[in-house]
Write a protein that binds this ligand. Structure first.
Ligand code: FES
Length: 653
């Protein structure tokens, strides 16, 4: 071709374009990530690029000084008003005149790849449901009587090729003043559903807004509600926060909440109100933490188990308490946040809830499937999402099975004497010296171990408040390895264990980790009751895994992925020692952090991922644990530490 060659870095994408083509147009045609909010009008400056001149032996081109059009008045106006880094040009203004090499700086790249899908090792490209668009709207004309909304719609069609605009009354009441204030230039946030063709106006600003827009990815657990606030332009997590689920006062686990609803007329409504109020509080807190205004939150994605799903939606979960465990709907849902009384975020914010798999296997399991992608795995992978109700997935690219298992809240630090949610001040890591039986530990918010210099200084900001789920898992496993606990889970006396840290409490013993009670501080120990709670939880987890393996007809798995509650990375070694999961080589066990939360972020970041998970969920086969007699058998066999059925004991030495 005789047309000039354009090479973009860092992507390396290249093509020939007619002289006079704007760089932004070339970038669009080549699929280069170059941002633009104003559609090339020289207003937003999001399209900045850095041209390079000289010889490029690597690319085989020589770039002449006049390879780009001259600096124009639009660029000059922008530079005078807002400033522009030397050497930068506006990609929408600079046109191609000769062979050119153009660098796209990181701030100008919009589709940053942000979330990684584990098994498939695929990165998710940012393409959320909601985008900002800057438009210039025609002024009204007496001779051509159309409404302001119709002219806005026409501008979006002409300037962005977007059709079918809808707007709720709250937008209509502000449209006219905003259009006039912006002198017929406005920025609109448009939401596209993955199932419908219409675009909905969620927010409108006069002129070109500097505001960013955000989405919340919420993992609504029985014990903990965790949220990530994500920038909808680049997927960046601006803040993460969590609160205890206030429904705990109606029952620690799901079934007791279902019975609360059965026993108390209006009980479901109380629980619905409690959880919605908590989400509003969390929204407020996370917006404050990220220093944004809550109205900038335009989207929310929820993942949750079926009971939480119904209670969030205001549906009585009574049917989920009895066979055949019928859901009101297992489909994904797209709603207005205001329908769920989520009044802190933008009044037009949109909610997407991932589909449920079945009556006991919810949208949280679907989110884990979206994040860990067992359906694309070559080898047989067991994915365990540890929570009050554990979600388990077993499968590969041929077939995926799923179940949930009622582990209880111990793995989230609830029902544990010194337990707490994973938050600053919680002990998250612990080691016990097998000779001296002395512990050393680390708390969330400080990366210094308790026996290191500077620990006191480091914890001065966080304090020590308790022990979280990952901490209690490590504590019990370390106690087993140090010989403080036997395989039945019994804590030895100080005479048996040789340490004063073993303290008699009635007829049982507990192991003292940290005692600051003489200074009014906490006294943190692991009690016999704590060990029992962990034994029950890990037995349920293990039994669920074994049930899936029975169903698959296998007695071992190739790989195990351990996902956990918000903020906590579960130590694979300690999980193995405890016998939480079936036997697998330690190097085949990995920790995935909050996989359900990651799945929610993927669904928030990428519209196509919503369709994808809806398809995957339809193909997942659900295995029911509640009515399966083998579950009980596996459960009982798994009570010992590690457990009676697997050759784990070498690890415990
Ligand atoms: Fe907005 Fe270039 S695209 S200034």
């Amino acid at each position: 071709s005789n047309d000039p060659l354009v090479i973009f870095t860092p992507s390396g994408k290249r093509g020939h374009f007619a002289a006079g083509t704007p760089i932004l147009t070339a970038a669009r045609q080549l699929g280069v990530d170059l941002d633009s909010v104003c559609g090339g009008r020289g207003i937003c400056s999001k399209c900045q690029i850095t041209p390079s001149y000289g010889e490029f032996s690597k690319h085989g081109v020589t770039v002449a000084e006049d390879a780009l059009s001259e600096w124009n008045s639009v660029e000059q106006r922008y530079k005078d008003k807002r400033g522009l880094i030397d050497g930068r040009r506006l990609g929408c203004q600079a046109t191609i005149q000769g062979d050119i090499v153009v660098d796209v700086p990181p701030e100008s790249q919009v589709h940053r790849q942000v979330v990684r899908k584990a098994a498939s090792n695929r990165t998710i490209v940012m393409d959320p449901a909601t985008h900002l668009y800057f438009v210039e709207v025609d002024e009204p004309d007496m001779h051509e009587p159309t409404g302001d909304l119709e002219r806005l719609a026409r501008a979006l069609k002409d300037q962005w090729d977007i059709e079918h605009i809808t707007a709720d009354l709250s937008i209509m009441t502000r449209l006219q003043p905003v259009l006039r204030k912006g002198k017929w230039q406005v920025t609109v946030a448009l939401h596209k559903s993955h199932t419908a063709t219409a675009h909905k106006v969620l927010e409108i600003w006069p002129g070109l807004t500097e505001d960013r827009i955000y989405g919340l990815a919420i993992d609504l657990g029985s014990t903990t509600i965790a949220a990530h606030l994500c920038d909808l332009r680049n997927g960046e997590v601006k803040a993460s926060s969590g609160v205890m689920n206030p429904q705990i006062r109606f029952g620690e686990d799901l079934m007791s909440r279902v019975s609360y609803s059965m026993m108390n007329p209006g009980g479901d409504k109380e629980m619905t109100n409690a959880v919605r109020t908590a989400i509003n509080g969390l929204t407020e807190a996370i917006a404050t933490e990220a220093d944004i205004r809550p109205f900038q939150i335009l989207e929310t994605v929820f993942v949750c188990n079926p009971v939480m799903h119904h209670l969030l939606l205001g549906i009585d979960p009574v049917e989920l308490g009895q066979a055949p465990f019928a859901l009101a709907t297992s489909d994904s849902m797209s709603l207005n946040a205001r329908d769920l009384d989520l009044s802190v975020m933008n009044e037009n914010a949109q909610v997407y809830i991932l589909p449920c798999i079945a009556g006991h296997v919810g949208a949280d399991a679907a989110a884990v499937a979206l994040s860990e992608a067992p359906n694309t795995s070559e080898d047989l992978v067991l994915v365990v999402d540890v929570g009050t109700n554990a979600e388990l997935l077993l499968g590969n690219k041929d077939r995926v099975l799923a179940c949930s298992s009622p582990t209880g809240p111990a793995f989230e630090g609830a029902q544990i004497s010194s337990g707490q949610r994973a938050a600053p001040g919680a002990i998250e890591r612990i080691e016990i010296n097998p000779d001296t039986k002395e512990p050393r530990f680390r708390v969330i918010g400080s990366d210094i171990w308790s026996d290191e210099d500077g620990f006191d200084v480091a914890i001065a900001t966080t304090g020590i408040t308790g022990i979280c789920g990952s901490g209690i898992i490590e504590a019990v496993a370390e106690m087993r390895m140090a010989g403080l606990v036997d395989s039945k889970g019994l804590i030895g006396s100080s005479a048996q264990t040789g340490t004063e840290r073993s303290v008699a409490e009635g007829r049982t013993h507990s192991y003292l980790i940290h005692d600051a009670s003489d200074q009014g501080g906490p006294r943190i120990s692991v009690t016999q009751g704590d060990i029992r709670a962990i034994q029950l939880a890990k037995s349920a987890l293990y039994a669920g895994a074994r049930l899936l393996m029975d169903e698959m007809g296998v007695d071992k798995v190739d790989r195990v992925v351990l996902a956990g509650a918000f903020g906590a990375y579960i130590s694979t070694k300690h999980a193995m020692v405890l016998g939480m999961i079936p036997d697998a080589p330690l190097d085949k066990v990995s920790s995935a952090g909050n996989a359900a939360g990651t799945g929610a972020r993927i669904a928030l970041s990428n519209l196509a991922a919503r369709r994808e998970i809806e398809k995957v969920v339809r193909e997942i086969v659900k295995v029911e644990t509640a009515i399966e007699p083998k579950f009980q058998e596996h459960f009982v066999n798994a009570n010992a530490i590690p457990h009676a059925t697997d050759p784990f004991l070498e690890l415990a030495k």
